[in-house]
Design a protein around this ligand. Structure first.
Ligand SMILES: [Zn+2]
Ligand SMILES: [Zn+2]
Length: 342
């Protein structure tokens, strides 16, 4: 039996990951060994590499969007069989804190995350608690399934729970990309009219293909003017800031109607700047979002299985190409979510 496996190890911050041969981990009580088939790459992988997440300690194996097959069961695991196709929920919950007990486990005060504080999926075999596994239908390819736990479910939580988007709403996704392409389909599912922005025409073409009603290239067009004209001055009900730079929240507030919401999905810079008066006097809301809850995950899986959502993957790479894949993500060469295929 093979005792070692290939893994992409982050040994030092600000350095490339190293492909190393390391022992295949043994699942402990309540845990499962998964043969990883696909592992998604996220902007957060770059933040981790840059040492921006204080809770992440090196050396370790990143990767928090994982799909694979159940390979080996630890003691006391029930409900799973060898060969089951699964995705891996990122958050390991304490199940006792005030957030876990009130249905907001994504805010768990003792949160441990796979791919952050524990090894993730950028490796051939990964161990996860059985509680974190969710089965997926045979009709969902592993690479599409892999991005459900983060890119798809996160946008689902943002759109369904935080913005409470409904069929009468007009929404705008600022900075379409890995998450935004999933968001378009989700907002469409809830019946919204959708604006999308990018400085890249190729991304806007993809956005149209996935159902965006209006696309705006902000390097050529004035977003405010476009939204004002199309909505006859009514503006947007909710804006999703997938850019996360100092000025992008205000951009969102500007194109929001009174009482509208800006959901902070992406972050690049450490602070943002927004106007007091025009925000407070118009009762506009700035709302945070982190990950998703188990119910969101279950619902997104069902929507993908039914073909209502089709997770958009821009490109796949081999595990050996992880540094190239991360470089493509960093330089903006990747126009959408990318995934390692194992
Ligand atoms: Zn992520
Ligand atoms: Zn908790």
């Amino acid at each position: 039996m093979i005792k070692t496996m290939k893994a992409a190890v982050l040994e030092q911050f600000h350095h490339e990951l190293k492909i190393k041969e390391i022992p295949i981990p043994t699942p402990q009580r309540g845990e499962v060994l998964i043969k990883v088939r696909a592992s998604g790459l996220c902007g957060t992988d770059l933040h981790i590499q840059e040492g921006r997440l204080a809770t992440v300690k090196v050396p370790y194996v990143p990767g928090h969007e994982t799909a694979g097959e159940v390979w080996k069961l630890g003691e006391d695991v029930t409900g799973f069989e060898i060969g089951d196709r699964v995705i891996v929920a990122i958050d390991i919950l304490c199940n006792t804190c005030r957030f876990c007990t009130t249905g907001r486990g994504n805010l768990c005060s003792k949160l441990i995350r796979l791919g952050f504080e524990r090894n993730g999926g950028h490796e051939e075999y990964m161990v996860a608690p059985a509680d974190n596994l969710l089965k997926i239908g045979n009709n969902v390819p592993f690479e599409k399934a892999a991005i459900i736990p983060d890119a798809v479910a996160c946008m689902y939580h943002a759109i369904k729970n935080q913005a409470q988007v409904r069929a009468t709403d007009r929404i705008c996704i600022l900075g379409i990309g890995g998450l935004g392409f999933q968001g378009i389909q989700i907002a469409k599912h809830f019946g919204a009219e959708i604006f999308c922005t990018s400085r890249n025409d190729k991304k806007l073409e993809i956005a149209k293909k996935y159902g965006a009603d209006h696309v705006v290239n902000t390097s050529k067009q004035n977003l405010y003017d476009v939204v004002e004209e199309i909505t006859s001055g009514e503006m947007c009900d909710a804006v999703f800031d997938n850019i996360g730079i100092n000025s992008s929240v205000q951009t969102g507030l500007d194109i929001c109607r009174p009482g509208g919401k800006v959901i902070m999905v992406g972050y690049c810079e450490d602070t943002f700047c927004a106007e007091f008066q025009s925000t407070a006097m118009k009762e506009k809301e700035i709302i945070g979002i982190r990950g998703s809850n188990r119910r969101d995950l279950v619902e997104t899986i069902r929507l993908v299985e039914k073909g209502i959502l089709d997770p958009y993957i821009y490109k796949t790479y081999d595990l050996d190409e992880i540094n190239l894949a991360l470089a493509d993500l960093k330089t903006g060469k990747s126009l959408g979510r990318t995934v390692l295929k194992l």
